[in-house]
Design a protein around this ligand. Structure first.
Ligand code: SF4
Length: 214
């Protein structure tokens, strides 16, 4: 099964297929893989030892960064994520580590989690998806309900204290209008984090790119 996989200039880590969201645009509904290198559906969730063995089988120097992403929400397995990030930093001290997340880690874990990222994670990329909580609920369908949008923003704010680079992301035109993008930029500015407008990729199904693919 695929635990680590090269994608663009990064080495991606696939920890879980679990996710508290069911985004209407999630790539998982349309394709088994983002890379063509094999299905990202896991036979079982890899143990810490399996993740580390998979990392050890790669030449980390060949990649710009290690990205926890995959076909699920990586903070569903925060303890394994942190152990693997610690291993990467031990093997390759300058290597950048990024998490691509829906930003619901505190709801998933039932406690504040941002401080655990300190010294282990360089970038947290959080899917904002919408400047409006009701639209976010319609698009992402989080199991935690309407409070998820605010929890995601609170998580972004709390990460700022522990992670050098915190990013909110949305999909660009034609999925979002310039007006929506402006509202998202104002939200990011208000929190004091970057906004990244991800390019739209037509998947031939009306789908938009998911956090899991990026
Ligand atoms: S796009 Fe990301 S957050 Fe949404 S359901 Fe898929 S894996 Fe979960």
């Amino acid at each position: 099964m695929v635990i680590t996989y090269p994608y663009k200039s990064g080495l991606y880590v696939n920890l879980t297929n679990r996710c508290p969201c069911a985004c209407v645009f999630c790539l998982r509904q349309y394709a088994p893989s983002v890379t063509g290198s094999g299905s990202l559906w896991l036979e079982h969730e890899p143990s810490e030892e399996e993740v580390i063995a998979s990392l050890d089988s790669r030449r980390l120097n060949e990649y710009d960064e290690v990205v926890f992403c995959g076909y699920g929400e990586p903070t569903e397995r925060l303890d394994v994520l942190l152990a693997a990030a610690r291993h990467v930093k031990g093997m390759c001290p300058g290597k950048k580590v990024r998490i691509n997340t829906n930003g619901l880690a505190d709801l998933i874990c039932g406690e504040p989690t941002a401080q655990k990222l300190k010294g282990l994670v360089d970038t947290v990329s959080i899917s904002l998806n919408s400047p409006d909580p009701d639209e976010y609920l319609r698009l992402c369908r989080p199991k935690f309900g309407i409070g998820s949008w605010q929890a995601m923003l609170d998580y972004a704010r709390s990460c700022k204290g522990y992670v050098p680079d915190v990013v909110l992301t949305i999909v660009g035109s034609p999925v979002t209008t310039p007006e929506v993008q402006a509202k998202c930029r104002a939200i990011a500015d208000g929190i004091g984090v970057r906004l990244r407008v991800r390019p739209y990729e037509n998947l031939g199904s009306g789908a938009t790119p998911p956090a899991a693919a990026d």
